[in-house]
Design a protein around this ligand. Structure first.
Ligand code: CP
Length: 303
């Protein structure tokens, strides 16, 4: 059975194939009739054990654009609340002849665990602080679209790296595609193993911005913290927030990215988030084509 559990398990050629497939689907979803009949015989369950706006709707749209049958499951309104286990939940859904599972879960490795116990394809839609592979794919795809290629580009990932599945998946994807990668954030929000991933650390945001072609701004994930990792929001904004004034000090234009949801006024000001430098909504748009490509390629191996 084929899964997409993390970028860690992909090769460069897998990512390039996903991008080429997404290029074709991007054409499709810009036509007046946005659908193809490719997955008419495939049923997909979207299982969300954690909140989501972009990923959930983007997967559902991608599946519908491919003509798959779709069922949506939200843990908050399910029998998980009565104590049903993950494996029981998924096996009951699979008993209804579901072919593929898209799952977001708060526990790191939840998809890997499930893949050992069920017989359906699994797509990881974010597993706790571990990986968010389709986010990294759509991020690199958006850099490729904006700058022509990812290879050789200088990308800095800024903010709460410690709690970010987006950061880890992006690091894997960008390195596979030949980008130079730095991370920038307060020391308390950088994991101890960060340099083992082949990325450099830059603690000073102004230096990081002066170095990069692209800055991917991350949200501070207070919901994943039992203690506060930074003295105050005001100090965070001063040291690690991107503002128009900060960008005006650079002698070049850089591309600004954000996976969403944005904490406006914290990691990024509205005048940057809504500016022509930001490709934040392009990232969201590309998410549908990327997820169509991932699902289509996995489903082609079901037959
Ligand atoms: N980027 C992202 O994963 O957003 P959601 O949590 O809204 O899906």
């Amino acid at each position: 059975v084929n899964h997409l559990l993390g970028i860690k398990y992909l090769k460069e050629e897998d990512i390039r194939l996903i991008f080429e497939t997404a290029d074709k689907f991007k054409e499709v979803i810009n036509r007046p009739i946005k659908k193809v009949p490719s997955l008419r015989d495939v049923t997909i369950a979207n299982l969300f054990f954690e909140n989501s706006t972009r990923t959930k709707l983007s997967f559902e749209l991608a599946e519908k654009r491919l003509s798959a049958d779709v069922v949506n499951f939200s843990a908050a309104s399910s029998s998980v609340k009565k104590g049903e286990t993950l494996i029981d939940t998924v096996n009951n859904i699979l008993a209804m002849k579901v072919d593929m599972v898209v799952m977001r879960h708060p526990n790191p490795g939840a998809g890997i665990f499930l893949s050992k116990h069920i017989g359906a394809s699994i797509v990881n839609a974010g597993d706790g602080t571990h990986e968010h592979p389709t986010q990294a794919l759509l991020d690199s795809y958006s850099i490729r679209e904006k700058l022509g290629d990812v290879t050789g580009k200088k990308v800095v990932i800024v903010g709460d790296i410690l709690h970010s599945r987006v950061a880890l998946s992006n690091i894997y994807a960008l390195k596979l595609l030949g980008a130079e990668v730095k991370v920038c954030g307060p020391k308390t929000l950088l994991p101890k193993y960060i340099e083992q991933l082949g990325v450099e650390v830059e603690l000073n945001l102004d230096k990081a911005l002066a170095w990069c072609d692209v800055a991917n701004m991350l949200r501070v994930q207070n919901e994943r913290m039992e203690i506060s990792y930074f003295p105050s929001t005001r100090e965070y904004v001063q040291q690690y927030g991107v503002s128009k004034q900060r960008l005006a000090q650079l002698d070049k234009e850089i591309v600004i990215m954000h996976p969403g949801p944005i904490n406006r006024g914290v990691e990024i000001t509205s005048d940057v988030a809504d500016s022509k430098h930001a490709i934040i909504l392009n990232q969201v748009e590309n998410g549908v084509a990327i997820r169509m490509a991932v699902i289509y390629l996995l489903a082609s191996k079901l037959k």
